[in-house]
Design a protein around this ligand. Structure first.
Ligand code: FAD
Ligand code: HEC
Length: 320
């Protein structure tokens, strides 16, 4: 077996590389190198400089357990302070002696006959080691530029999460007549025949226009919001609001621009009276609500805080 340059090679001098170095030292393993493509310890905190950069979990939890810092300037310390902290930690542990900076590992290969790892370093001699600890971080290949294609695909990835297909109403439209109950179908009929569809229409059951909130009867609100006029400056836009999509409306309480309606029962009652001059009986209201609940589709599969449907007993938010 060939004698390697080092017992252990750590790739990356971020928080992970520093912790790995410390743990090796604690076990009495001193024959190691930290190979880093940048020019210093610090990882993410060395490389990121945008305004406002800070930890997004409190520094006291983020810091390394073996080097607690009593002097954080803020609960969520700014990026440059994190960078200094990791430099100080590395220095305290004597890790600068182990650092081989400006050394990007471009290939990492196990040489079975020699029994060593061979690291190919850009523009420098290879390094061999018995063990390799990879602590290259989660953002290995940072993009060097932001372009319109990247922005477009990032927005598209986000928009994919807004598609919630397969609601019971969709299934019903596709011909599965048992997807809705008789009450829900009656609610849909009321929704159409009362005129809700004048504004809430199209594939998203809304979302396509701005309309007056309070067509027949004025909307009494305690908030200062005045609608589109605040954007356009045109008096005709006073109290015009976006007609919201009613897809998943069961999950998106509270309702209206000011969150003043807590339940669908309340929202439907207000809409009937203010937009259409129609007072639904409690039975009719319940049917429209039952229909609206059939618009809940498959939710995105990533972990998202899905709110349970609101009930009359749900504690009320106080937005204003
Ligand atoms: C802007 C930003 C803010 C963040 N805020 C938080 C936060 O508040 N809380 C939180 O928990 N996490 C946060 N993170 C996640 C953060 O990445 C980790 O907390 C932490 O940096 C991970 O440490 P690391 O050592 O694993 O990786 P990094 O810090 O990414 O370090 C990896 C190191 O490996 C080097 N390297 C990579 N490839 C090679 C190679 N081929 N050859 C040689 N060297 C290489 C890099 O140059 C770098 O120095 C944030 C990340 C970013 C980008
Ligand atoms: C004249 C157009 C118009 C008509 C007709 C109309 N709506 Fe609306 N609807 C709106 C607007 C605009 C809003 C948003 C109001 C706001 O944000 O204050 C809204 C909001 C809602 C909301 C709350 C959604 C949310 O996410 O906040 C529900 C539920 C609703 N409408 C149901 C109905 C029902 C049921 C009918 C028929 C009885 C109806 N609407 C008729 C324009 C209309």
């Amino acid at each position: 077996m060939t004698r390697p340059d080092f017992e252990v090679a750590i790739i990356g001098a971020g928080p992970g590389g520093i912790a790995a170095g410390h743990l090796l030292q604690r076990r009495g393993i001193e024959d190691f190198v930290i190979v880093e493509r940048g020019d210093d310890f610090g990882g993410t905190w060395r490389d990121n400089h945008y305004p406002g950069l800070a930890v997004d979990i409190p520094s006291l939890w983020y810091q390394l357990s073996f080097n607690p810092n009593p002097d954080w300037s803020r609960l969520f310390a700014p990026g440059p302070e994190l960078y200094r902290y990791f430099q100080d930690t590395a220095s305290k542990l004597g890790l600068y002696d182990r650092l081989q900076a400006n050394s990007e590992v471009i290939r990492q290969q196990w040489d079975d006959s020699a029994g060593v790892w061979r690291l190919t370093i850009r523009g420098r001699p290879d390094i061999t080691a018995r063990f390799v600890i990879s602590s290259v971080g989660g953002y290995v290949n940072a993009k060097d530029k932001i372009d319109i294609d990247g922005v477009t695909s990032a927005i598209a990835e986000f928009e994919k999460t807004l598609v919630t297909p397969n609601s019971r109403f969709d299934q019903w439209l596709l011909g599965r007549k048992d997807a809705l109950t008789a009450d829900e179908v009656a609610g849909y009929t009321l929704f159409k025949d009362s005129g809700c569809v004048a504004c809430h229409n199209g594939p998203a059951v809304g979302g396509a226009s701005f309309q007056k909130m309070g067509v027949v009867e004025a909307y009494k609100a305690s908030s200062p919001a005045e609608g589109r006029v605040a954007v356009t400056g045109k008096d005709a836009d006073r109290f015009n609001f976006k007609v919201p999509t009613l897809r998943n409306v069961e999950l998106t309480y509270p309702y209206f621009h000011d969150g003043a309606a807590n339940t669908l029962t309340e929202a439907v009652d207000t809409m009937g009276r203010l937009q259409l001059g129609k007072k639904f009986t409690p039975e009719e209201n319940a049917k429209v609500v039952a229909f609206l609940k059939t618009l809940t589709g498959d939710q995105p599969t990533f972990a998202l805080p899905i709110l349970p449907p609101s009930t009359d007993a749900t504690p009320r938010p106080k937005p204003f």
